[in-house]
Design a protein around this ligand. Structure first.
Ligand SMILES: [Zn+2]
Length: 556
């Protein structure tokens, strides 16, 4: 018997056997039937809740293939500087935030543009904003932090610090830190002032909190996760690949599941860091074995091969324009190959953050080495970002079955990131190789779409708009994909990339009851209006997780 029927809707199932339908019936957290109104409405009993979708588009719940749930949830309460320009506005917002938060040990801001001031930001600029309390602000890409003197002092890095390769406390001519901190290890002493750095250990060190947080601390941490989950449910997301985390993250999620508060399926990696021995991968295997339910899973290893473009820490095959610097890989090539072989031998999936064309090539080489050593298997290793790629490497993705996990909001000019990055970072003749999407797909790479939230807005509808409206860079091909292809990359494609294609990403009988209802007919909404289109309803595992108009709460 159907518990709920959603009818009078334009259903795009992402199921090749039956791509379109009018209604869906749900029961026991699963999809009972997909079909015409008559077929599905016949399954209604006296206690079935029948929801009239009013002609709206019903899709499989969105799969967010790359985000940072705990970071995002944590940041929702911090000062937001997206779109802020110039000292006066920066100072006004920071001072207002300070007045509202007298007790905070660190006033943290997010989304500060690299060009927020007319010159590179220093601690002296931020001292002029607020001098008597530690303050800091993070770049949108989350790879640079600027801190004032009080923050640097409290963190113990005003006079510099030993850092692993690629992580830099930038020093001035006077022998003190300028306030600019590049990459996680450099700014983690400042973030630690907030008292919640243990939530970021996965991405910081790959370690676990010590001592293990007690029930009171876990309860506090879970509220941050719940805030992040609620924000994602609002945007129709029912599954997500969390691109950082550790066993502690999994434990928090599993506790939320037991409490009935987990509103999305979450996959969490083991983070492998350059300093680790191969034997530490035993922890990755243990996580994979421990977390394998329908809601909380692990089973993959995340690594960073390089940094990001704006701070010029991405590893390129050629020097950056006007410099003799091309960044550097975070793993030596032979060692990286060895690591890939070992992860692959354990039957685990690999996801590597690779932004520069040098990093992308070295990552593909590692995956190729794994395949050579262990034979071809259904590994679905993936590369995250791919912001620049050498033409010779494009067909290698498809040939090796490597998923291109790309973010439609990221190309400069496509959504919130400024075009200025293109001139600063990429040689003109390479613009044709930057932020490829359609070209990668046309050469056989499976696509998975994401936001990298909180790096960009988690809104899938805005991401769809970016994917469908992006203007080609000068001299470059049109990298837009079609609506159906984009929707697939946000649903079935993402599910496949996460090894979840038997559970979610499609609307078909026995699949999880993960659905999203879009305000309007998505196929007739002009692409440049998609970003303003609302989410009427989100359902994950049969549970309503977002229902702003109370569509499902009416009379049975
Ligand atoms: Zn990320």
């Amino acid at each position: 018997m159907a518990e709920m029927i959603i009818t009078n809707s334009r259903v795009l199932t992402m199921d090749e056997d039956r791509p379109r339908a009018e209604a869906v019936a749900l029961a026991g957290g699963r999809i009972l039937a997909v079909g015409s109104r008559a077929e599905v409405e016949a399954l209604a009993g006296p206690s079935t809740r029948v929801v009239d979708a009013g002609g709206r588009t019903l899709l499989p719940g969105f799969v967010e293939s790359h985000l940072h749930l705990v970071l995002g949830g944590n940041e929702l309460t911090q000062l937001q500087l997206g779109g802020v320009q110039g000292f006066d506005e920066l100072a006004r917002l920071f001072r207002a935030h300070a007045a509202k938060n007298p007790g905070l040990p660190l006033l943290m801001a997010q989304g500060a543009a690299y060009e927020i001031l007319e010159h590179p930001v220093t601690r002296h600029d931020l001292d002029r904003v607020i001098a008597d309390r530690p303050i800091a602000m993070m770049s949108p890409d989350h790879h640079t932090v600027w801190a004032n003197t009080a923050a640097l002092q409290a963190a113990g890095i005003l006079h510099g610090a030993e850092m692993p390769q690629g992580h830099v406390v930038v020093m001035g001519a006077d022998g003190t830190a300028t306030g600019e901190l590049l990459e996680f290890e450099a700014f983690s002493p400042v973030l630690a002032l907030t008292g919640d750095l243990h939530l970021q250990l996965g991405i910081a060190t790959g370690g676990e909190p010590e001592p293990w947080p007690d029930a009171a601390q876990r309860a506090k941490d879970k509220e941050k996760v719940v805030a992040g989950l609620a924000h994602c449910a609002m945007h129709g997301i029912t599954s997500m690949v969390n691109m950082d985390g550790n066993r502690y993250t999994c434990v928090l999620l599993q506790e939320l599941e037991a409490e009935g508060r987990l509103t999305a399926r979450v996959k969490v990696p083991f983070h492998f860091k350059p300093h680790m021995e191969l034997s530490e991968l035993e922890r990755a295997s243990a996580m994979a074995a421990e977390f394998r339910g329908d809601w909380v899973t692990s089973g993959f290893v995340k690594m960073f091969m390089d940094g990001v473009v704006d701070s010029r820490t991405a590893y390129m095959l050629q020097d950056y324009p006007g410099t003799q610097d091309r960044g550097a890989p975070l793993f030596p090539p032979e060692r990286f190959d060895e690591i890939c072989v070992e992860i692959d031998r354990r039957g685990l999936q690999i996801a590597v953050h690779a932004i520069g064309d040098g990093a992308v090539r070295q990552t593909i080489d590692g995956y190729e080495a794994a395949q050579k050593a262990n034979g071809k298997r259904d590994s679905r290793h993936r590369i995250e970002h791919i912001e620049l790629i050498d033409r010779a490497d494009v067909p290698r993705l498809g040939a090796l079955g490597i998923t291109a996990s790309v973010q439609p909001p990221h190309p400069p000019g496509a959504m919130d990131f400024p075009m200025s990055t293109m001139d600063h970072v990429f040689h003109r003749h390479r613009w044709q190789d930057a932020y490829l999407c359609k070209t990668l797909a046309d050469h056989g790479a499976p696509l998975a779409f994401a936001s990298d939230w909180p790096v960009t807005d988690v809104s899938v509808m805005r991401g769809l708009q970016a994917a469908l409206t992006r203007v080609p860079f000068a001299g470059a091909a049109d990298e837009r994909v079609g609506l159906m292809e984009a929707l697939r990359a946000y649903t079935a494609g993402g599910a496949r990339a996460a090894h979840m294609e038997g559970l979610t990403g499609r609307l078909a009988p026995r699949f999880a009851a993960d659905l999203v209802l879009i305000d309007g007919d998505i196929e007739t909404i002009p692409p440049d209006s998609l970003g303003r289109t609302g989410i009427a309803l989100t359902i994950a595992g049969g549970n309503v997780t977002h229902d702003p108009a109370g569509m499902t709460s009416g009379a049975v």
